[in-house]
Design a protein around this ligand. Sequence first.
Ligand code: NDP
Length: 578
Amino acid sequence: MAAAGRSRFLAAQGSWARARAWLSSATSTQGSNALRAAVHGGESRGDLIWRIYGEAAAYWLHPLRIWGLPRPDLLGAAGRALRVGALASTTTNHASLHSKIFPSQSSRLLPHRARSRQGEEALDAMGKPKPSSAAPPPTRPSAASAPKTVHSALLTYTSMLSLLSLCPPFVILLWYTMVHADGSVVRTYEHLRDHGLLEGLKAIWPMPTMAAWKIIFGFALFEAVLQLLLPGKRFEGPISPSGNVPVYKANGLQAYAVTLVTYLSMWWFGLFNPAIVYDHLGEIYSALVFGSFVFCIFLYIKGHVAPSSSDSGSSGNAIIDFYWGMELYPRIGKHFDIKVFTNCRFGMMSWAVLAVTYCIKQYEMNGRVADSMLVNTALMLIYVTKFFWWESGYWCTMDIAHDRAGFYICWGCLVWVPSIYTSPGMYLVNHPVNLGPQLAVSILLAGILCIYINYDCDRQRQEFRRTNGKCSIWGKAPSKIVASYQTTAGETKTSLLLTSGWWGLSRHFHYVPEILSAFFWTVPALFDHFLPYFYVIFLTILLLDRAKRDDDRCSSKYGKYWKMYCNKVPYRVVPGIY
Ligand code: NDP
């Protein structure tokens, strides 16, 4: 025990020593210039600043998207818009930023104690520990070998810190505007103008209360128990950079059903009134803002002292470790997967629970639920149901298979999803618009159609890849490109690119129904205020930018084969337009 404790302590100490050495190397202009030239292809400092700012911002906002994606990049887009004329175009997705900070995932994000006893146990828990031929033998980064990404890291700090300071107040301001300022941005602006920014913010920022903590912990505990105890099929995730195969229990849909049935039953039988959640919403968001931050500190410490598998490591820099995360598959014990909990069972589940809450609150207030609220709630629930139906597919996406558990993903799933993604419903509570049966049904059907098409796009691609192209796409054999690419270890592999069906209309057609779905569950609010549309606008920017980033990534991965795809399917997102 003592030896294990000491080795953990030394591992942590080593990281701090590396961080210090790394920071001291920051003073070397020569080194940083050389690095900049090498890593960033000689781009100017101004360009670099904006790009790093944009990327870091994008990463921070990443969890705002929920499905596995290469980075959602709202501020990435904003960053690029600001640096007018800068940097023509670079392959700037999460992986690229990560690879700049961590040149090779497998060699850079190093296991602390690759073959330690605890590490071996954890690997067993992850399923089949397979040494990957692609993964170089683990080595501990020394100060000398650590990449001297001084400038980019410093700039990344700046952007990270500014986002850290901007997003929490934004969550509170959005709640305040929706619930207490009649959805009017102007009223909130006037409040801040009259009281001064800080004083005005302080006046509206609710302190976390005991009731809020009880609600959060009650919900989190319930979901954690369901995640652990409900039966589900064994599911093996994709092989990790270190050659591990994480094993999951696919019980998301069961947990989702149990959660909703329990919640509604508690209301029905008078055991708990969901309206209470709405009444304490500000305090709940405030508690989530702070509590999730503390949770991320726990993840950081765990990554240093008790990583669950060899897919863990330090960048050598404490802030980056905290922000991007250290562990790819952190677990508590053998079976409790932390990312499944934060992203799916807390983040996505809270979306459904809050949608129902808003509906019930309106009923409690008015004795009836407006058709606008019914349409909004129904569409959001269908969307979240689709997510849980497909949850194991999500475990193969970048959110889970590539992104480490740190502040940017976990805080976002724990705070941003419950607050921002649910905001159209939050607005409707106090704005019971009556659409009339015809309009309500039309919006509902249009929304369902969009959610279905979005699902079918994902299904088509996954089925095509799963069957190695031996499936039927819209009643015909699929048209495809056999694309080869090289792994970082120099191995040549092949992938299939589908060029018919939805994937023949445009290269990212699935984003169109995704955006339209969000529009259809927002439009019942009609057009009195802009704020309910914040999520749709955010999502549109995020997905358009993401489509470009994914294209860049695929282009550098597949080279001439991606060009062939682009020639065959020339539009990026909207057929005939973009
Ligand atoms: P996908 O992972 O579904 O698709 C992109 C990847 O698919 C590419 O990186 C490439 O990866 C592969 N690919 C690209 N073209 C083809 C092709 N023609 N045939 C076969 N494979 C191809 O994208 P996302 O992760 O962005 O989206 C997944 C889901 O998440 C979608 O439904 C999307 O709408 C949703 N989403 C939701 C968001 C939200 O916040 N609400 C935000 C973003 C997405 P490879 O390297 O394997 O070739």
